[in-house]
Each structure stands twice: as C-alpha cells, then as structure tokens.
Ligand binder design. Sequence first.
Ligand code: MN
Ligand code: MN
Length: 469
Amino acid sequence: MAKNEEKSQAKELKEKLFSEKKNGFLRMSEKEVAKCDKYCEEYKNFLDKAKTEREATAYIVAAAEKLGFKQFHKGMKLSAGDRIYTLNRNKAVVLALIGSKDISEGVHIAAAHIDSPRLDMKQNPLYEDNEHALFKTHYYGGIKKYQWATIPLSLHGVIVKSDGTSITVTIGEDENDPVFCVTDLLPHLAQEQMKRTPGELIKGEELNILVGSRPFRDDKESERVKLAIMQILNEKYGVVEDDFLSAELEAVPAFKAKDVGFDRSMIGSYGHDDRVCAYTAFSALFDVKNSTKTAIVVLTDKEETGSDGNTGLKSAYLRYFIEDLAECFGTDGRTVLSASECLSADVNAAFDPTFPDVIEKRNAAYLNYGVCVTKFTGSRGKSGTSDASAEFVGRVRGLLDSNEVIWQTGELGRVDMGGGGTVAAYIANLNVDTIDIGVPVLCMHAPYEIVSKIDVYHAYKAFKCFLGE
Ligand code: MN
Ligand code: MN
C-alpha cells in the first residue's frame, strides 16, 4: 500500500512540475477540430490564388478594401476602429487597425513574408538550342535545385514595356493552360551525373525551362523555334524580346493545394513558407473588430533572399509607415516603436520521422502540437538572431495560454547543424520587443511543403489574440 501511495505521489508531483506535451488533436473536441479544418479551406484557396508576392499583395488588398480598409496617406485624420493599408511597390503591404489607446503606448505588429523560393527568369531568358526553346533562370531563395526538375511549373509575373505599361502574366494555373518544365536526365544515362554531389545534381545553369519545340514555317532562317515562341508571346501580350529586360517572371510549381493523408489532417502546397503565417496574420486582423493597441500586419517581400532591397524588411518602409502614422497622432516614430511588440511570423522546421538526426528532440517542433514559438533562431552561436528576452517570452506565454492557443516551442534544427533566420532581427533592431512564431512545416523550401491544419488554425488564434488586445 505504502509503495502505491509513493507512486501516486510521484505521479502527482510530476503532473505539477513537469511540462506536459500532448498532441493538439487530443487537446481539442471534435467540434474544435472541425473549426480548424473549415478555416483551412479558405487558406487553400489563398495558396492557389496568390503564388507570388505580387499576387498575394493584390489578393490581400482586394480583401482588405472589401472590409473597409482605406489607403493610408500622410496627415490622414484617424481614430479608433479605422482600418488602413499601405502598399510598397505592389510587393509588400502593411495593414493596420487603429486602437483605442494612445499610439505612443506602442503598437502590436505581426510580420510575415509573402515571397517564396522559386525560379526567376533571367533578363535575357529566351533561347533556342537544337530546336528546343528554353528560358534561362536564376533560382530565388534557398532551394535543393534537383527538386525543381521534372515538375509542372507555371509562369507568373509582370512585363513592363519601355512606355511604362505593365502586362500581368499567369500561365499554367488554369486547367486548360499549358505548363512548363525543367528537364532531367534519364537514369539510364545518368551514371556521370549521379557522381555529382547532391547540391550539383542539377546545377544552377541547368535549371532551364522548356517552353517550346515547334519551328516557324520558313526554313531559310535560323532560331525558328525561338521565333515561333516570340510570335506567340507577341500575339498574346504584344511584347518583343527586349521587353524581357524589364520583366519579373517567376516560375513556381503548377500544382494546387490539397489535403494530405487518409485523415486529411495536413495540407500539401507550394509556398506555405511563409504564406501560412501571412494568411493567418491578415485573416486574424480582418476578424478583429476593435483593439486597444493599434494592430499592424506587415506582409513583406525578399525574406528568402535576406530581406535586402526596398521591399524587404531591412529597408526603412515599415519604419517610415510607423513614423507617418505616429505623426497623425501628434507623436513620433521612435516613441511608438520603442513601446511596441512584434510577433515575427515565419514557418519553422517540423520534426520529420524519416530524418530524425537533424533535430534535438526536446526542442524540436512537431506537427499537430500547435503554433511554434521560437525564442532565438540563428546558427553557430546564435549569430543572426534577435533572441527575445525572457520577459517578453513570459508575456507571450501568458497571452497564448490565457487564450487557449495550442502552442509549442521549437528551434530550427540541432545546434551546429545549420539553421536560419527570419525578419525578427530587423524589427527588433527598431527597438521593438520581437519573438519568432510560426507554423511547423515538413519539406520546407521544396516545391511541395506540408503543414498540419491544427497548427494553421492555432497560428490564426495566436495572431488574433495578440492583435485584438
Ligand atoms: Mn520563411
Ligand atoms: Mn524560407
């Protein structure tokens, strides 16, 4: 008897003292799980309609305008409950809901990125080689190049003519559209190729996209396949070869977002990184009716290439917006920023049972364990991280727990295994309390990435309680 009592005392103490980790599915009622699933239906639609930063921006602005968001301008008269947005070169967007509290007490920022790894066309993309027409590309972001061969690709972007007119291009998304493809060698003849290191299996200059094969009917001229393709492009878009010089054409996987698994518990899609955090953040803001602190959602470009450039978060555009906003209320940007808090929303690596060695299992993120909070990112001695303070982590913990958000902590892989950073550091550099938060993803940066529906919904819940405060 005494022995049993001892056991139950240990059990009791364990329950009190040990952290309890439990699959999110088991922590929710059927009804709550159904909510997660339902929420993800519209997310899938967003994934299919907004595959590039420009498309995501257009989608978000259109949705925001429907909900009464007005374009912000300097000196605008604003009061609590007003909804505003500002566009940055059609590639990034900042949305805001004005809170009831004085803005000098700080704002709540959720920041995610809407660019994803892909293949960008070079400025002279089109060429003919042995009666094949191809596009030269330069990949965008960190990819395993071999993954991008032999999959259907669609082409998205803009072509700007020298007179300033802009032509929007989307080919390969409609059921009746053609698609494009990077070719690879058949295994029968790949003996030499297979000796290459995996990083070189398909080299950068081999990521050539096949775009045509029928020659123009005139056997006196050279480059007749290229000519025939140029003729099609000229008829369809009114462009000539020189117009590629001022184009941004991006090849992305042509497949659609789908449920994954017999139980439909997951979603497979191109570009969850980071549209999963973008979607959950802006849809959370859309659902906030009023907040005490002003709530801001930043959806930025260029995260995948290091946040440089005027549409990336190393640029001053967010700071300028907050300075202009502060001015509307008779205060200044630094006062607002110094009192502000930010959830830097980006995906994290989910534990993959096939590759357990790259993670440290006590500090890894798992599918279905909820939205993942990461105190620090960076690699090799935390370089490149903003490292949220214990105080701010404590504050976020309390917020998520009191709002019944299912969440977990997770780092991006084992120490010294590699790693990566997000935009957190650039916002923290503005003297804002910042922490990383996001959805765990399987096969991150692959053409097809996988997330759990439960985690997606709880990211939404996290943003909603933060932005709604
Ligand atoms: Mn990301
Ligand atoms: Mn990424």
